[in-house]
Design a protein around this ligand. Sequence first.
Ligand code: ZN
Ligand code: ZN
Length: 325
Amino acid sequence: MKAEAVETIAGSAAKPVLLERHCSVRRTVEIVLDSWSFLILREAFFGVKRFDTFQARLGIPRQTLSTRLKKLVENGLLSIGTRDSGRSKQYFFTPRGKDLFGIMLSLMEFGDKWLADDEPPPLQLIHTRCGKACHPITVCSECKTPVTAHDVTYRDGPGAGYSPPEARPVTRRSSDPNVLQRVRPCSVARSLSSIGDRWSFLILREGWFGVRRFDEMREKLGIATNILTDRLNRLVDAGVFRKVPYNAAGDRFEYRFTKMGIDLYKPMLVMMAWGDKWLSDGRPPLRLRHKKCGKDFHAQVVCSECLEPIAATDTDYTLTYTLKE
Ligand SMILES: [Zn+2]
Ligand SMILES: [Zn+2]
């Protein structure tokens, strides 16, 4: 393992003010890429409602759990209920929170396909609506065929534009692989580990917009050189990018998506759909068009067997592992 690069907050005083592309995925990722928040949400999807149960399942420090739950409530993802006469508090999903399930499923689809090391997926999903063992697939909302990065075009939507970034990602890596692998093997956690942190995500996003070269990325993102180098190396190690020389001397590189990297586009689209729905006041920054059917669409996660959307309440699981206590 390489030593963690010393990081600084990018955009030092001498730099011009950066403008950041409006993006529904960004804010969604801020929520999902926090390892603890993600694990709490995941356990909530597994039916956990009480503070003590979260605490016991995750072995999370009480103070950390308390802060994260508070934040999830503030963000409108969980609400506090008192369903059994004022005993201990319980946490329930709000509609917005429950809708994150599609993102989890899409990340699961990715992780099962690329990161399971030829082992069977840790969790076999059962869609209770159709009664079949299934896997999630990411499709076009209009024609219900699977989407790939190659058949999507985009143009500005009503919420398009640039604003100064609210806050640059801060110094620490937010998705910690050691934390993410707690308690249960999980394809979603593996996928999040390969996305990395917020910086890695921003790099990926610029990649989707066609930015491939180091200098151009540095300029677009206002990212410190050492962080950019570190994150690009990680993304190459994770198998998301290939490093290809583009000059005659062979010492300048561009970063191109691998097949696996291209597939990461699907969970990104699902995050975008969620952000468009819940965080952009009906003014999505981007409009997506599916070349296959010629229609504007959003990404949707459906059951591989009946092609209906999968809601958290319509699922059951068979686990292929036992919980680590
Ligand atoms: Zn379509
Ligand atoms: Zn089904």
